[in-house]
Design a protein around this ligand. Structure first.
Ligand SMILES: Nc1nc2c(ncn2[C@@H]2O[C@H](COP(=O)(O)OP(=O)(O)O)[C@@H](OP(=O)(O)OP(=O)(O)O)[C@H]2O)c(=O)[nH]1
Length: 179
């Protein structure tokens, strides 16, 4: 097995252990790990990304925001670059949800190219997931609001990956949202 395959298996195993008890918000309570794996797969299979550190960061992108993982832990195990990308895509949960949403829009254009890739794939996954089924308790209005907000973030990520941006643009168009 190639050393990169070994690294990716180690990374996905770390993420799976960290997200072990978490579920998505859909009625089926899909295991949360499906999301980071899907984000990494979008990058490799649709975005044509082979940069292993971007793929690792995608697998780990919610570990600091949503589990007990620290950036220092990621740095020690996976190195400085992977930890830095994850840091860039991690919301500061000490702020209100509204403020975090505002910060994502403001920060998107200033992220590194690697972090922008992870953010694009993350949004693509979540928007497709919303088209697949509504999270428990969500209304059609909340879904539309998420699309509108996501478009603001994606506007700040333009010029990063034409394929992913094209697919996002199509999803926004279907909802009547201009990019
Ligand atoms: N579409 C969808 N999303 C789900 C599901 N389960 C969990 N999520 C997560 O919910 C978040 C979007 O919901 P919001 O209402 O905006 O945020 P909240 O988590 O603070 O409630 C996203 O996380 P996030 O880290 O806030 O991502 P993002 O909003 O930064 O993209 C998404 O990954 C699901 O079944 N479907």
């Amino acid at each position: 097995m190639s050393s990169e395959s070994v690294i990716l298996l180690d990374t996905v195993n770390f993420a799976a252990e960290k997200h072990r008890s978490q579920r998505r918000k859909d009625d089926e309570q899909t295991p949360y790990i499906n999301h980071p794996i899907g984000v990494a797969r979008i990058l490799s299979h649709e975005g044509g990304i082979t940069d292993i550190e971007v793929l690792q960061a995608a697998l780990l992108h919610d570990t600091v925001e949503d589990t007990d993982t620290s950036i220092g832990e990621l740095q020690a195990i996976f190195g400085q670059t992977v930890a830095r990308i994850v840091q860039e895509v991690t919301d500061d949960k000490s702020f209100t949800k509204q403020e975090r949403k505002r910060q994502q829009v403001e920060h998107a254009p200033h992220c590194s190219h690697q972090a922008k890739l992870v953010k694009l794939a993350d949004k693509l996954y979540n928007l497709r997931d919303l088209n697949r089924c509504m999270p428990t308790g969500w209304t059609a209005e909340r879904v539309q609001e998420y699309f509108l907000w996501a478009a603001q973030v994606v506007r700040g990520l333009r010029g990063t990956n034409p394929v992913l941006e094209g697919k996002l643009e199509e999803l926004f168009k279907q909802r009547g949202v201009d990019l």
